[in-house]
Design a protein around this ligand. Structure first.
Ligand code: IPM
Ligand code: MG
Length: 358
């Protein structure tokens, strides 16, 4: 009897509804090839949930996630819901409470440059060839979750966001980064703004103290502004980057462009009982419904699910190899298109990867 893996499927909004089915297709084929059984159960989230049940994160959706073995998420948000007050919009009312509710404090975003896509990047080939880094972004603290307020002033208004970190919050994400580095090239770059921010000074002290437990791993500290520069100047210097929530959000969009497109950037959010897998990009309302979206970030997120939630390394690699093979053959969604390559739509890309699985 093969084990049954229960996967909560939350397509969400915009291109989320187009890319998630492609990842499911790939997982189903993996199930056939490797004798694994997946049970997929879909639930509404984001704008789609606001429209259908009046709430961006319905209790039933969170409950389904909690009793599943893993969660596959598309994306949330779109112009249709932008009229809502900020705290009720899909991003703030669905994605952030879902991350918090599942205790997902660690967001892993691997950035590796596929040789076939070197030409698709806006950066020079010699800068990006061979880049293989992973960002550990803290996901349930910092400015995203600190107290927020507004108050009137004589001259307009005052708006406050608070940036809070505690020692245990820093330790647990840094520990995961050190552990990961041990299995890689043994280097951690901790990114902060310790020349200005008190929370960054605590971050730096805490990471430095923890590093004594990992003498085999090299630790380097870098200011976030410098890191933004180094990522496009000489990205090969990085192995594991660990940073707080907001810095990680910004740096991973930048790092995604090393791979040619944010449509390539997968992610895994870990730390709780159930992990969540989602592409790092958003719902892309500008291209939604046009079959233009690149499903590879979601498909690669499904590979991360096999690796981190189900401990199925061979199956994860089978997906990654299939993606490489399809790209090597020249198939490209519009975001990656270059002269001489073969243009395909979302569904065709999903089918190609599925057919390549071994
Ligand atoms: C991401 C996204 C989200 C974030 C948004 C949609 C709230 O940009 O996952 O990187 O900032 O975390
Ligand atoms: Mg982001």
């Amino acid at each position: 009897m093969s084990k049954l893996y229960k996967i909560a499927v939350l397509p969400g909004d915009g291109i989320g509804k187009e890319i998630v089915p492609e990842a499911i297709k790939v997982l189903k084929r993996i199930g056939e090839l490797y004798d694994l059984e997946f049970a997929f159960e879909e639930a509404p989230i984001g704008g789609a949930a606001i429209d259908s049940v009046g709430k961006a994160l319905p209790e039933s959706t969170l409950a389904l996630c909690q009793k599943s073995d893993a969660v596959l998420l598309g994306a949330v948000g779109g112009p249709k819901w932008d009229f809502l007050p900020a705290p009720e919009r899909p991003e703030a009312a669905a994605l952030l409470p879902l991350r918090k509710g599942l205790g997902l404090f660690a967001n892993l975003r691997p950035v590796s440059v596929f040789p076939a896509l070197v030409g698709a990047s806006t950066l020079k080939p010699d800068v990006i060839t061979g880049v293989d880094l992973i960002v550990f972004r803290e996901l349930t603290g910092g400015l995203y979750f600190g107290e927020k307020s507004r108050r009137p002033l004589d001259s307009g208004e005052e708006a406050i966001d608070t940036l809070v970190y505690t020692t245990p919050e820093i330790e647990r994400i840094a520990r995961l980064a050190f552990e990961a580095a041990r299995k890689r090239r043994k280097k951690v770059t901790s990114v902060d703004k310790a020349n200005v921010l008190e929370s960054s000074r605590l971050w730096r002290e805490t990471v430095t103290r923890l590093a004594t437990e990992y003498p085999d791993v090299e630790l380097e500290h870098m200011y976030v502004d410098n890191c933004a520069m180094q990522l496009i100047r000489y990205p090969k210097q990085f192995d594991v980057i660990v940073t707080e929530n907001m810095f990680g959000d910004i740096l991973t969009d930048e790092a995604a462009m090393l791979t040619g497109s944010i449509g390539m950037l997968a992610s895994a959010s870990l730390g709780g009982q159930v992990a969540l897998y989602e592409p790092s990009h958003g719902s892309a309302p500008d291209i939604a419904g046009q079959k233009k979206a690149n499903p590879l970030a979601t498909i690669l997120s499904a590979a991360m699910m096999l690796r981190y939630s189900f401990n199925r390394e061979a199956e994860a690699q089978a997906i990654e190899k299939a993606v490489v093979a399809v790209l090597d053959e020249g198939y490209r969604t519009p975001d990656l298109m270059e002269q001489g390559m073969k243009a395909v739509n979302t569904e065709e890309m999903g089918n190609l990867v599925t057919q390549k699985l071994r």
